[in-house]
Ligand binder design. Structure first.
Ligand code: 1HN
Length: 366
Protein backbone atom coordinates (compact mmCIF):
# COMPACT_ATOMS: atom_id res chain seq x y z
CA UNK A 1 0.00 0.00 0.00
CA UNK A 2 2.81 2.38 0.93
CA UNK A 3 5.84 2.75 -1.31
CA UNK A 4 9.12 3.41 0.45
CA UNK A 5 10.81 4.34 -2.80
CA UNK A 6 9.50 7.91 -2.81
CA UNK A 7 11.00 11.32 -2.27
CA UNK A 8 11.24 12.04 1.43
CA UNK A 9 11.92 8.40 2.33
CA UNK A 10 15.38 6.89 2.81
CA UNK A 11 16.44 5.26 -0.48
CA UNK A 12 20.23 5.25 -0.54
CA UNK A 13 21.71 2.68 -2.91
CA UNK A 14 24.59 0.82 -1.30
CA UNK A 15 28.08 1.17 -2.85
CA UNK A 16 31.41 -0.37 -1.79
CA UNK A 17 32.38 3.04 -0.35
CA UNK A 18 29.18 3.17 1.75
CA UNK A 19 29.66 -0.42 2.95
CA UNK A 20 33.18 0.49 4.13
CA UNK A 21 31.79 3.62 5.78
CA UNK A 22 29.16 1.56 7.66
CA UNK A 23 31.84 -0.85 8.87
CA UNK A 24 33.99 2.02 10.08
CA UNK A 25 31.04 3.55 11.95
CA UNK A 26 30.19 0.18 13.51
CA UNK A 27 33.68 -0.05 14.98
CA UNK A 28 32.77 3.01 17.06
CA UNK A 29 29.27 1.74 18.00
CA UNK A 30 27.74 4.22 15.57
CA UNK A 31 25.66 3.85 12.41
CA UNK A 32 23.99 5.67 9.52
CA UNK A 33 20.36 6.50 10.26
CA UNK A 34 19.28 6.10 6.63
CA UNK A 35 19.99 2.35 6.78
CA UNK A 36 17.23 1.85 9.37
CA UNK A 37 15.05 4.94 8.94
CA UNK A 38 12.22 3.21 7.07
CA UNK A 39 12.08 0.40 9.66
CA UNK A 40 11.97 2.66 12.68
CA UNK A 41 9.51 5.05 11.03
CA UNK A 42 6.82 2.72 9.64
CA UNK A 43 4.00 4.40 7.74
CA UNK A 44 1.62 3.05 10.36
CA UNK A 45 1.86 0.81 13.45
CA UNK A 46 3.05 -2.72 12.68
CA UNK A 47 2.16 -4.91 15.66
CA UNK A 48 4.44 -7.88 16.37
CA UNK A 49 1.67 -9.89 18.03
CA UNK A 50 -0.76 -11.90 15.94
CA UNK A 51 -4.50 -12.22 16.67
CA UNK A 52 -5.01 -15.27 18.92
CA UNK A 53 -7.77 -17.14 20.68
CA UNK A 54 -7.09 -19.42 23.67
CA UNK A 55 -9.84 -22.01 24.13
CA UNK A 56 -10.92 -22.43 27.73
CA UNK A 57 -12.26 -25.90 26.97
CA UNK A 58 -8.80 -26.94 25.76
CA UNK A 59 -6.83 -25.27 28.57
CA UNK A 60 -9.06 -26.00 31.56
CA UNK A 61 -7.93 -29.65 31.99
CA UNK A 62 -4.29 -28.51 31.99
CA UNK A 63 -5.02 -25.72 34.43
CA UNK A 64 -6.56 -28.34 36.75
CA UNK A 65 -3.62 -30.69 36.14
CA UNK A 66 -1.27 -28.01 37.47
CA UNK A 67 -3.01 -28.37 40.85
CA UNK A 68 -1.32 -31.72 41.29
CA UNK A 69 2.03 -30.70 39.84
CA UNK A 70 3.07 -27.60 41.80
CA UNK A 71 2.25 -25.92 45.10
CA UNK A 72 1.78 -22.15 45.34
CA UNK A 73 4.43 -22.13 48.10
CA UNK A 74 6.94 -23.33 45.51
CA UNK A 75 5.63 -21.69 42.35
CA UNK A 76 4.78 -18.33 43.95
CA UNK A 77 1.66 -18.25 41.81
CA UNK A 78 0.21 -21.32 40.08
CA UNK A 79 -0.51 -19.88 36.65
CA UNK A 80 -0.80 -21.15 33.09
CA UNK A 81 0.31 -18.17 31.04
CA UNK A 82 -1.04 -17.37 27.59
CA UNK A 83 1.72 -16.49 25.21
CA UNK A 84 1.54 -14.90 21.79
CA UNK A 85 3.89 -16.83 19.45
CA UNK A 86 5.35 -13.49 18.32
CA UNK A 87 5.76 -12.11 21.87
CA UNK A 88 7.38 -15.08 23.62
CA UNK A 89 10.56 -13.07 24.23
CA UNK A 90 8.67 -10.65 26.50
CA UNK A 91 6.07 -13.11 27.90
CA UNK A 92 3.24 -11.07 26.44
CA UNK A 93 -0.12 -12.21 25.12
CA UNK A 94 -0.37 -9.10 22.95
CA UNK A 95 1.61 -5.86 22.78
CA UNK A 96 3.06 -5.24 26.23
CA UNK A 97 0.23 -7.00 28.10
CA UNK A 98 0.54 -10.29 29.93
CA UNK A 99 -2.30 -12.67 30.77
CA UNK A 100 -2.66 -16.05 32.44
CA UNK A 101 -5.05 -18.42 34.18
CA UNK A 102 -4.45 -18.95 37.92
CA UNK A 103 -5.91 -21.79 39.96
CA UNK A 104 -6.13 -22.48 43.69
CA UNK A 105 -7.41 -25.47 45.65
CA UNK A 106 -9.82 -25.07 48.54
CA UNK A 107 -7.79 -24.15 51.60
CA UNK A 108 -4.78 -22.81 49.72
CA UNK A 109 -3.38 -19.32 50.27
CA UNK A 110 -0.65 -17.67 48.23
CA UNK A 111 1.69 -15.29 50.05
CA UNK A 112 1.68 -11.50 49.76
CA UNK A 113 3.96 -9.53 47.49
CA UNK A 114 3.97 -6.26 45.59
CA UNK A 115 5.51 -5.01 42.40
CA UNK A 116 5.66 -1.99 40.12
CA UNK A 117 3.52 -3.80 37.55
CA UNK A 118 -0.24 -3.39 37.93
CA UNK A 119 -2.54 -6.39 37.90
CA UNK A 120 -6.20 -7.17 37.45
CA UNK A 121 -8.25 -10.35 37.74
CA UNK A 122 -11.43 -11.61 36.13
CA UNK A 123 -12.99 -14.50 38.01
CA UNK A 124 -13.86 -17.61 36.01
CA UNK A 125 -15.00 -20.39 38.36
CA UNK A 126 -15.37 -21.36 42.00
CA UNK A 127 -17.00 -19.66 44.91
CA UNK A 128 -14.37 -19.34 47.65
CA UNK A 129 -11.85 -17.04 45.99
CA UNK A 130 -10.65 -14.01 47.85
CA UNK A 131 -7.90 -11.51 47.36
CA UNK A 132 -6.39 -9.13 49.88
CA UNK A 133 -5.26 -5.79 48.45
CA UNK A 134 -3.50 -3.37 50.79
CA UNK A 135 -5.21 -4.81 53.84
CA UNK A 136 -8.68 -5.11 52.32
CA UNK A 137 -10.10 -8.57 51.83
CA UNK A 138 -12.32 -8.89 48.75
CA UNK A 139 -14.58 -11.87 48.16
CA UNK A 140 -14.79 -12.93 44.52
CA UNK A 141 -17.54 -14.54 42.45
CA UNK A 142 -17.66 -15.58 38.79
CA UNK A 143 -17.31 -12.61 36.39
CA UNK A 144 -16.27 -10.18 39.16
CA UNK A 145 -13.44 -7.86 38.18
CA UNK A 146 -10.82 -6.82 40.74
CA UNK A 147 -7.72 -4.62 40.54
CA UNK A 148 -4.37 -4.73 42.29
CA UNK A 149 -2.79 -1.39 41.36
CA UNK A 150 0.99 -1.09 41.21
CA UNK A 151 2.68 -0.98 44.57
CA UNK A 152 -0.20 -2.55 46.50
CA UNK A 153 0.46 -5.63 48.64
CA UNK A 154 -1.65 -8.48 47.34
CA UNK A 155 -2.31 -12.14 48.07
CA UNK A 156 -5.05 -14.59 47.17
CA UNK A 157 -6.64 -17.75 48.38
CA UNK A 158 -9.57 -20.10 48.18
CA UNK A 159 -11.37 -20.66 51.45
CA UNK A 160 -14.67 -21.97 50.21
CA UNK A 161 -16.30 -25.24 49.42
CA UNK A 162 -14.76 -28.13 47.63
CA UNK A 163 -13.96 -26.89 44.14
CA UNK A 164 -10.91 -25.07 42.80
CA UNK A 165 -11.10 -21.36 42.04
CA UNK A 166 -9.93 -20.24 38.63
CA UNK A 167 -9.40 -16.70 37.47
CA UNK A 168 -7.68 -14.79 34.70
CA UNK A 169 -4.81 -12.48 35.63
CA UNK A 170 -3.90 -9.49 33.50
CA UNK A 171 -0.70 -7.51 34.06
CA UNK A 172 1.26 -4.76 32.39
CA UNK A 173 4.47 -6.55 33.37
CA UNK A 174 5.94 -6.65 29.83
CA UNK A 175 5.44 -2.87 29.60
CA UNK A 176 6.98 -2.15 32.99
CA UNK A 177 9.92 -4.41 32.13
CA UNK A 178 10.30 -2.68 28.74
CA UNK A 179 10.42 0.62 30.61
CA UNK A 180 12.99 -0.94 32.96
CA UNK A 181 11.00 0.23 35.96
CA UNK A 182 10.01 -2.99 37.71
CA UNK A 183 10.55 -3.63 41.41
CA UNK A 184 9.39 -6.68 43.36
CA UNK A 185 9.10 -7.35 47.09
CA UNK A 186 7.79 -10.24 49.15
CA UNK A 187 5.84 -9.27 52.25
CA UNK A 188 8.04 -9.50 55.38
CA UNK A 189 5.34 -11.51 57.18
CA UNK A 190 4.25 -13.64 54.17
CA UNK A 191 0.64 -12.55 54.76
CA UNK A 192 -0.85 -9.11 55.37
CA UNK A 193 -2.94 -8.32 58.38
CA UNK A 194 -6.44 -7.44 57.25
CA UNK A 195 -6.89 -3.85 58.32
CA UNK A 196 -10.23 -2.90 56.78
CA UNK A 197 -13.67 -4.49 56.80
CA UNK A 198 -14.27 -7.18 54.14
CA UNK A 199 -15.21 -5.58 50.80
CA UNK A 200 -14.81 -2.08 52.33
CA UNK A 201 -14.09 -0.30 49.05
CA UNK A 202 -17.02 -2.01 47.37
CA UNK A 203 -19.34 -0.92 50.16
CA UNK A 204 -18.01 2.65 50.12
CA UNK A 205 -17.58 3.28 46.40
CA UNK A 206 -19.66 0.64 44.65
CA UNK A 207 -22.79 2.77 44.24
CA UNK A 208 -22.85 4.44 40.86
CA UNK A 209 -23.46 8.19 41.06
CA UNK A 210 -22.96 8.46 44.81
CA UNK A 211 -19.50 9.15 46.12
CA UNK A 212 -18.40 9.26 49.71
CA UNK A 213 -17.07 12.67 50.65
CA UNK A 214 -13.87 11.11 51.83
CA UNK A 215 -11.41 13.94 51.32
CA UNK A 216 -8.10 12.20 51.40
CA UNK A 217 -7.98 9.75 48.47
CA UNK A 218 -4.89 10.95 46.60
CA UNK A 219 -3.76 7.70 45.02
CA UNK A 220 -3.47 7.45 41.22
CA UNK A 221 -5.91 4.53 40.97
CA UNK A 222 -9.53 3.72 41.70
CA UNK A 223 -10.47 3.49 45.40
CA UNK A 224 -13.05 0.93 44.27
CA UNK A 225 -11.09 -2.31 43.93
CA UNK A 226 -13.85 -4.81 43.08
CA UNK A 227 -16.52 -4.41 40.41
CA UNK A 228 -19.14 -7.11 40.86
CA UNK A 229 -20.68 -8.92 37.90
CA UNK A 230 -24.12 -8.40 39.38
CA UNK A 231 -23.88 -4.60 39.25
CA UNK A 232 -21.99 -4.60 35.96
CA UNK A 233 -24.58 -6.73 34.20
CA UNK A 234 -27.41 -4.71 35.69
CA UNK A 235 -25.81 -1.47 34.48
CA UNK A 236 -25.26 -2.87 30.98
CA UNK A 237 -28.79 -4.25 30.77
CA UNK A 238 -30.26 -0.90 31.78
CA UNK A 239 -28.04 1.01 29.40
CA UNK A 240 -28.89 -1.43 26.57
CA UNK A 241 -32.51 -0.36 26.89
CA UNK A 242 -31.76 3.31 26.19
CA UNK A 243 -28.89 3.32 23.69
CA UNK A 244 -28.28 2.29 20.10
CA UNK A 245 -24.80 1.35 21.25
CA UNK A 246 -21.50 1.88 19.49
CA UNK A 247 -21.36 0.67 15.87
CA UNK A 248 -18.01 -0.95 16.72
CA UNK A 249 -18.59 -2.34 20.19
CA UNK A 250 -22.31 -2.67 20.84
CA UNK A 251 -23.37 -1.64 24.33
CA UNK A 252 -20.06 -0.85 25.97
CA UNK A 253 -19.19 0.54 29.41
CA UNK A 254 -15.84 1.26 30.97
CA UNK A 255 -14.96 0.29 34.53
CA UNK A 256 -13.86 3.60 36.04
CA UNK A 257 -12.36 5.25 39.05
CA UNK A 258 -15.60 6.55 40.61
CA UNK A 259 -13.87 9.71 41.86
CA UNK A 260 -12.46 10.81 38.51
CA UNK A 261 -14.40 8.95 35.82
CA UNK A 262 -11.00 7.95 34.46
CA UNK A 263 -9.43 4.53 33.98
CA UNK A 264 -9.19 2.20 37.00
CA UNK A 265 -5.39 2.25 36.94
CA UNK A 266 -2.82 4.54 35.26
CA UNK A 267 -1.64 1.93 32.75
CA UNK A 268 -4.60 -0.40 32.17
CA UNK A 269 -8.27 0.18 31.50
CA UNK A 270 -11.12 -2.33 31.39
CA UNK A 271 -14.53 -2.55 29.75
CA UNK A 272 -17.55 -4.80 29.58
CA UNK A 273 -19.57 -4.83 26.38
CA UNK A 274 -22.86 -6.44 25.52
CA UNK A 275 -23.79 -7.66 22.06
CA UNK A 276 -27.53 -7.91 22.00
CA UNK A 277 -29.32 -10.86 20.40
CA UNK A 278 -28.53 -10.81 16.66
CA UNK A 279 -26.07 -7.93 17.01
CA UNK A 280 -22.92 -7.74 14.91
CA UNK A 281 -20.60 -4.75 14.89
CA UNK A 282 -18.66 -2.93 12.21
CA UNK A 283 -14.89 -3.15 12.07
CA UNK A 284 -12.56 -0.48 13.37
CA UNK A 285 -8.99 -0.32 14.57
CA UNK A 286 -7.10 1.73 17.10
CA UNK A 287 -3.68 2.00 18.64
CA UNK A 288 -3.51 0.07 21.91
CA UNK A 289 -3.81 -3.63 22.65
CA UNK A 290 -6.82 -5.47 24.01
CA UNK A 291 -7.31 -8.85 25.71
CA UNK A 292 -10.91 -10.12 25.77
CA UNK A 293 -12.60 -12.65 28.02
CA UNK A 294 -15.97 -14.07 26.99
CA UNK A 295 -18.10 -13.46 30.09
CA UNK A 296 -21.39 -14.69 28.63
CA UNK A 297 -22.70 -16.27 25.46
CA UNK A 298 -21.03 -17.21 22.20
CA UNK A 299 -20.21 -15.65 18.87
CA UNK A 300 -17.31 -14.80 16.64
CA UNK A 301 -14.88 -11.98 15.99
CA UNK A 302 -13.00 -11.15 12.82
CA UNK A 303 -9.54 -9.87 13.77
CA UNK A 304 -7.11 -8.81 11.08
CA UNK A 305 -9.08 -10.77 8.48
CA UNK A 306 -9.15 -14.02 10.51
CA UNK A 307 -12.38 -15.37 12.03
CA UNK A 308 -12.37 -16.66 15.62
CA UNK A 309 -15.39 -18.48 17.09
CA UNK A 310 -15.72 -17.94 20.82
CA UNK A 311 -17.75 -19.22 23.74
CA UNK A 312 -17.82 -18.67 27.48
CA UNK A 313 -14.40 -18.13 29.13
CA UNK A 314 -12.43 -18.16 25.90
CA UNK A 315 -9.74 -15.48 25.83
CA UNK A 316 -8.65 -13.67 22.68
CA UNK A 317 -6.53 -10.68 21.76
CA UNK A 318 -6.61 -7.79 19.33
CA UNK A 319 -3.16 -6.35 18.55
CA UNK A 320 -2.69 -2.61 18.08
CA UNK A 321 -3.95 -1.09 14.80
CA UNK A 322 -5.67 -4.33 13.76
CA UNK A 323 -9.19 -4.31 12.27
CA UNK A 324 -11.71 -6.11 14.44
CA UNK A 325 -15.45 -6.68 14.64
CA UNK A 326 -17.64 -8.90 16.83
CA UNK A 327 -20.86 -10.84 16.32
CA UNK A 328 -23.23 -12.54 18.74
CA UNK A 329 -24.16 -16.10 17.63
CA UNK A 330 -27.55 -15.96 19.30
CA UNK A 331 -30.53 -14.17 17.78
CA UNK A 332 -32.20 -13.80 21.17
CA UNK A 333 -29.70 -13.95 24.07
CA UNK A 334 -27.09 -11.29 24.76
CA UNK A 335 -23.36 -12.05 24.77
CA UNK A 336 -20.92 -10.14 27.01
CA UNK A 337 -17.22 -9.53 26.46
CA UNK A 338 -14.95 -8.36 29.27
CA UNK A 339 -11.76 -6.73 28.06
CA UNK A 340 -8.70 -4.97 29.40
CA UNK A 341 -6.37 -2.72 27.48
CA UNK A 342 -3.40 -0.35 27.53
CA UNK A 343 -5.49 2.63 26.36
CA UNK A 344 -4.58 4.73 29.43
CA UNK A 345 -0.94 4.56 28.31
CA UNK A 346 -1.87 5.46 24.73
CA UNK A 347 -4.11 8.29 25.84
CA UNK A 348 -1.81 9.79 28.44
CA UNK A 349 1.02 9.82 25.90
CA UNK A 350 -1.32 11.33 23.28
CA UNK A 351 -0.76 8.44 20.84
CA UNK A 352 -4.27 6.95 20.87
CA UNK A 353 -5.69 6.89 17.34
CA UNK A 354 -8.81 5.24 15.96
CA UNK A 355 -10.17 4.53 12.48
CA UNK A 356 -13.38 3.04 11.08
CA UNK A 357 -13.28 0.35 8.37
CA UNK A 358 -15.14 1.78 5.41
CA UNK A 359 -15.25 -0.86 2.64
CA UNK A 360 -17.95 -3.50 2.36
CA UNK A 361 -20.34 -1.82 4.81
CA UNK A 362 -17.70 -1.96 7.53
CA UNK A 363 -17.12 -5.72 7.43
CA UNK A 364 -13.86 -7.50 6.65
CA UNK A 365 -13.72 -10.38 4.20
CA UNK A 366 -12.45 -13.56 5.88
C1 1HN B 1 1.44 -11.88 39.97
O1 1HN B 1 1.84 -11.13 41.01
C2 1HN B 1 0.28 -12.65 40.08
O2 1HN B 1 -0.24 -11.84 42.23
C3 1HN B 1 -0.15 -13.40 38.99
O3 1HN B 1 -1.41 -13.44 41.45
C4 1HN B 1 0.57 -13.42 37.82
C5 1HN B 1 2.49 -12.71 36.54
C6 1HN B 1 3.62 -11.98 36.41
C7 1HN B 1 4.08 -11.22 37.47
C8 1HN B 1 3.37 -11.16 38.65
C9 1HN B 1 -0.52 -12.64 41.35
C10 1HN B 1 1.75 -12.69 37.72
C11 1HN B 1 2.20 -11.90 38.79
Amino acid sequence: MHDDNVAGRARVVETPELAAFYRALAQHEAGALWTVANDIEPWEPKPHAIPMLWSYEALRPMVLQSLELVRPEDAGRRVVMLVNPKRRDVSAAVGWLYTGIQVMKPGEAASAHRHMASALRFIIEGSGAYTVVDGERLTLQANDFVITPNGTWHEHGNDGGTSPCIWQDGLDIPLINALEANFYQVHPELHQSVARPVNASHLAYGNPALKPLEPDWRKPYSPLLKFSWERTYEALSHYAGVTDGSPFDGVVMEYVNPLTGGSVMPTMGAQMQMLRGGESTRAHRHTGNVIYHVAKGSGHSVIGGTGFDWKEHDIFCVPSWTWHEHANASASDDACLFSFNDFPVMKSLAIYHEQAYVPNDGHQAY
